[in-house]
Ligand binder design. Structure first.
Ligand SMILES: [Zn+2]
Length: 95
């Protein structure tokens, strides 16, 4: 009379944890500087020449959309279509 031995329960869950890709919070997008394309306020064209100079302000804050920024960059540029000079101001967020 041999009692059936209690088989050792194999409740060891075999959840082979495979790596879930990149850890949460790691950035996969490089910072985009401008959301709205700059536009000539004289003729409305978005065509523009090369930026002539650039003035950077080490000034941080939060913009009107709640996005943080660390620098304010002003670039002087000439409208390609009518020749009007303007200054494009962008807020950039970098480390
Ligand atoms: Zn223009």
């Amino acid at each position: 009379m041999t009692k059936p031995k209690h088989a050792t329960p194999t409740t060891e869950t075999q959840t082979a944890k495979k790596p879930t890709g990149r850890p949460p919070g790691s950035p996969n997008v490089r910072e985009t500087a401008v959301a709205v394309p700059s536009r000539c306020n004289a003729c409305g064209s978005t065509e523009r020449g090369p930026y002539l100079d650039k003035a950077e302000l080490d000034f941080g804050g939060v913009d009107s959309q709640g996005k943080p920024f660390t620098h304010i960059v002003r670039r002087r540029v000439r409208c390609e279509s009518c020749g009007q000079m303007r200054i494009d101001v962008t807020r950039e967020n970098r480390v």
